[in-house]
Write a protein that binds this ligand. Structure first.
Ligand code: ZN
Ligand code: MN
Length: 493
């Protein structure tokens, strides 16, 4: 029997507001001393009253609009009750019956095909405190609570179970993160936990519409982990069913080191959250005028930017797609081309050259060193200066790559590196000729081969000249000079 996977994703994204969701405490808790970003409201003291953060609501509306959702004219907050040491009040203020935004979609490109993934809802809630579990070498174990994160605004974005493969799930997540970053509402850092994902996954016979028990998978801290966890979980469920068993409806945690999911909670222990309307907050009315005003202020989103990159910079679809999938990379390219008053062909040529650097060497080194583009030491002006050296024929492409590595490592200007290392390409015939003569003397066999009509011997001889000049000779000049000398020899001179 052939099986297919049914996957739905639930994302929690921390919003980049200055203050928390319901109190004036700063929301940038990362890196702050534990328990320094707190007040009676986010500490969950009795008798305090929450106040809704207007900016957080705006960010939620922006996100809803970018995801093609309907925005509720009236929405409200609910209490989600459950006891846990990281939940200061014993309940989380969330949205249950009336989410702020609903019924949207997001498009992902899978193997060159565009697929629409439905969005069930987008709602606002508050984050919880953070527990630090300490295990002393003495065997003593205890937990510490850091309340800084308590009350940080969260956006919960729930997809429909429209995803059919772990790869699709990863692409959806990356697309969603890109959109949130373009909107400037979330930093989207999975490792730091500002963008988190839980997955619901079940299997069913391919083509059937049957509903099998679903499993919720948690604890995935990277895009790769989401894909791996889902791959594992789908294999596990198929194995269970094919061995005549039944998949239990449960919550499982992904264990990165072992590459497995383990059972955390079965259905019998599922929470009953006893939701009810939050009595301390009024219903939230969202006027159509406000929504329209926000819609007008929406920044350019990835798809529109991709089209503009193709149109304005003449970039191939492939380049434009990859570049705009990362806001940082697209911003970098635009910073480069705006350094000069370029238009037409010159603009297209420069954009393509910058794109080649970004998608090639630059990405390779960033990946190698596990860095973000924003952490790189190469400012746009340096990259353009390097490309100038290539265009002028001062550097060959190979040499330019070596210079770029040094720029990447040290942040120095390419001209400085080229001068210091004496790397400039040699193009003057009188400087290249001695190396040509040396190559001819050093490879009599290749010379004989060429004279006998074996054209490929020329390539070997060019290689020899490049070796003698340590790659600095201009290949075009080398080719011309070598060919000239060999033809002379043919003529018996
Ligand atoms: Zn507070
Ligand atoms: Mn939630």
């Amino acid at each position: 029997m052939e099986w297919e996977a049914v996957i739905g994703l639930e994302v929690h994204a921390q919003l980049l507001t200055r203050s928390k969701m319901f109190c004036p405490c700063p929301a940038d808790y990362q890196g702050a001393e534990p328990n320094t970003r707190v007040c009676p409201v986010c500490l969950g003291m009795p008798g305090v009253l929450p106040v809704i953060n207007r900016r957080a609501v705006e960010f939620a509306i922006m996100t809803g609009l970018a995801l093609h959702c309907a925005i509720a004219p009236q929405t409200r907050f609910d209490r989600k009750n459950y006891p846990y040491p990281d939940l200061m009040k014993g309940y989380q203020i969330s949205q249950y019956a009336e989410p702020l935004a609903y019924d949207g979609w997001l498009e992902v490109e899978v193997n060159g095909q565009r697929r629409r993934v439905g969005i069930t809802r987008v709602h606002l809630e508050e984050d919880v405190a953070k527990l630090h579990h300490v295990h002393q070498p003495t065997g003593e174990a205890y937990s510490l609570v850091d309340v800084n994160r308590s009350g940080v605004p969260l956006l919960e974005i729930v997809s429909r179970p429209d995803l059919r493969s772990p790869e699709e799930a990863r692409l959806y997540l990356m697309r969603l993160r890109t959109i949130l970053q373009y909107l400037g509402v979330c930093s989207g850092d999975m490792e730091k936990g500002t963008f988190r994902c839980d997955a619901n996954v079940s299997i069913r016979p391919k083509g059937s519409s049957a509903l099998f028990p679903k499993v919720e998978v948690k604890n995935m801290n990277s895009f790769k982990a989401v894909q791996r966890a889902l791959e594992y979980e789908i294999r596990r469920q198929i194995r269970v069913v094919e061995q005549g068993g039944e998949v239990a409806q449960e919550t499982r945690g992904w264990v990165e080191e072992q590459g497995v999911t383990v059972s955390q909670r079965t259905k019998e222990f599922a929470h009953d959250y006893r939701y009810f309307p939050e009595p301390d907050l009024p219903p939230l009315l969202i006027s159509p005028e406000w929504v329209e005003e926000i819609r007008r202020r929406l920044p350019e989103l990835p798809d529109a930017r991709r089209e503009r990159f193709e149109r304005e910079y003449g970039l191939p679809r492939y380049d434009a797609s990859l570049l705009t999938a990362s806001k940082e990379m697209a911003d970098y390219l635009e910073a480069c081309v705006r350094l000069r008053p370029l238009s037409g062909e010159a603009l297209h040529r420069t954009a393509k050259a910058v794109s080649n650097w970004l998608l090639g060497e630059f990405s390779r080194l960033l990946n190698l060193h596990n860095l973000e583009l924003s952490q790189a030491k190469v400012p746009p002006a340096h990259l353009l200066a390097l490309q100038d050296l290539v265009d002028q024929g001062t550097l060959s492409v190979t040499m330019a790559k070596a210079v770029f590595e040094e720029m990447f490592a040290t942040g120095r200007h390419p001209l400085e590196i080229v001068q210091e290392r004496g790397m400039a390409q040699i193009s003057a015939a009188e400087e290249v000729l001695p190396a040509v003569e040396e190559a001819l003397r050093g490879s009599p066999q290749a010379v004989q081969d060429y004279l006998k009509g074996k054209e490929t011997a020329l390539r070997y001889l060019i290689g020899q000249v490049m070796k003698i000049t340590k790659g600095r000779a201009n290949p075009v000049v080398v080719h011309t000079l070598l060919k000239g000398r060999l033809e002379e020899m043919k003529g018996g001179r």
